[in-house]
Design a protein around this ligand. Structure first.
Ligand SMILES: [Zn+2]
Length: 429
């Protein structure tokens, strides 16, 4: 698309002058050039077919794209068919049908005005890509009407490798070092499979597309460098010893910037895996944005903090109003350790406890103001002040900026992974 504007920017149109014919010729020439460039760009945008469509769907990743929605639009470059799961009846839509409306009526999915059953599978034709509200995703979709009969969920299912291409590019800039991207690919594959195996059996989907699990951006997150990282690490996962002493895949947590030291998972999430222990990280400081490494002070009204915490955690209701917050730090790694838990003191002197991460994400659910639990808390007048903050994210497992810092210093993907997950092994799943 860059070329299109460059042509117009580089040539000044002759608006005045005697030769109308010449003006017309210039305009025609420009239009011809514009069309060629436009067609050229369009051709380059052609999508490679989605890999892994032949693999058993049982092994695919099921991503919850939308929950509890009333309507959406669907379109597909290769057309698609809508299959009613109960009756197996199939309705085909060609690419000329454009964006088709989807809704719900009395608990049944409606596609382009056609009433189908409670559950419908959308199968796009080659290149096996479908757009939901204009955003492209690989693989199939499953539309499921909810119990309220008025809304539905959209689940995207696709091969693990195709899923990873939409994750790695959403979790890391695609221009980062190839070894950092490969480390992210192995970490995201392991994490995704762990969540699928741990929680997928009891529900219709395996992972969310948000930070609640790991970010999945579909086709728009893909790039050649990201695909190279996924392909070069195909099938590779990390294993370590769990609490039962058995070697296996584990929740390979990762976060943006650790701020100088990563954190024990036991202190943050309460689980015990041999590879999820804190390590010193001198690598993220040169890579991370300054405001991610040292974040600015964040202030919240004490009333607001109290209300949010008591609403989210009914066990704190007895405190009535939270007057003070006393942070605990298990390990003083450096000048400012991470707050692992807090004691909350109520008006009548009663107290309750919360994990540091739970406090942070309840007071600031976006996580963009209180960027990590590596900070100090002080009450000043009617406000709680979170200051001297370092790092962005929970700090457990791989520090993404640190991985880039290591790769810049010539470290391999294997070295990065064994650094942030000590004692872990790379295996083929
Ligand atoms: Zn770091």
């Amino acid at each position: 698309m860059y070329g299109r504007s460059a042509v117009f920017a580089g040539v000044k149109l002759p608006i005045t002058g005697k030769s109308t014919f010449r003006q017309m010729a210039v305009v025609v020439w420009l239009l011809a050039m514009f069309s060629c460039l436009w067609v050229g760009c369009r051709k380059r945008e052609l999508i490679e077919p989605t890999p892994g469509m032949e693999i058993s769907e049982r092994l695919w990743m099921r991503v919850l794209l939308f929950e509890d929605i009333r309507a959406c639009t669907l379109s597909a470059p290769g057309g698609f068919s809508a299959v009613d799961v109960a009756t197996r009846s199939r309705t085909n839509f060609g690419k000329k049908d454009g964006a088709v409306e989807v809704g719900v009526s009395s608990g049944r999915i409606v596609v382009a005005g056609k009433l189908l059953g409670r559950e419908v599978v959308i199968r796009p034709g080659r290149p096996f890509v479908v757009s939901v509200n204009g955003k492209r995703y690989r693989g199939n979709l499953r539309l499921t009407a909810r119990a309220d009969a008025r809304s539905f969920d959209v689940i995207n299912s696709l091969s693990v490798e195709a899923y990873l291409a939409g994750v790695v590019g959403a979790e890391m800039p695609s221009y980062w070092e190839p070894e950092a991207l490969k480390a992210q690919a192995i970490v995201s594959r392991t994490y995704g499979l762990f969540i699928k195996r741990s929680f997928g059996a009891g529900r219709k989907w395996d992972v969310r597309r948000t930070q609640a699990n790991q970010i999945y951006g579909g086709v728009s997150a893909e790039s050649a460098t990201v695909w190279a990282a996924v392909n070069e690490t195909a099938g590779a996962v990390l294993t370590c010893k769990g609490a039962d002493g058995q070697e296996g895949i584990f929740p390979t947590y990762f976060s943006s910037t650790c701020g100088g030291h990563t954190q024990n998972s036991k202190d943050v999430f309460g689980d015990s895996y041999s590879a999820l222990v804190g390590v010193q990280c001198p690598y993220c400081r040169d890579v991370a944005k300054m405001s991610f490494y040292f974040w600015p002070m964040a202030e919240f009204e004490a009333d607001e903090v109290s209300e949010k915490l008591i609403k989210r955690y009914p066990k704190l209701a007895g405190l009535k109003e939270i007057e003070a917050i006393e942070p605990f730090k298990v390990s003083e790694y450096d000048r400012f350790g991470r707050i692992t838990s807090v004691r909350l003191i109520g008006k009548d002197g009663k107290s309750g406890y919360l994990r540091g991460e739970d406090l942070r994400l309840t007071v600031d659910p976006s996580g963009t103001k209180i960027r990590s639990a590596a900070c100090e808390i002080l009450k000043v007048g009617d406000k709680f002040r979170f200051y001297a903050g370092r790092g962005y994210g929970h700090g457990v497992g791989m520090c993404q900026c640190g991985a880039q810092g290591m790769a810049r210093r010539g470290k391999s993907c294997e070295e990065i992974l064994s650094y942030y997950y000590p004692g872990s092994k790379i295996m083929r799943d």
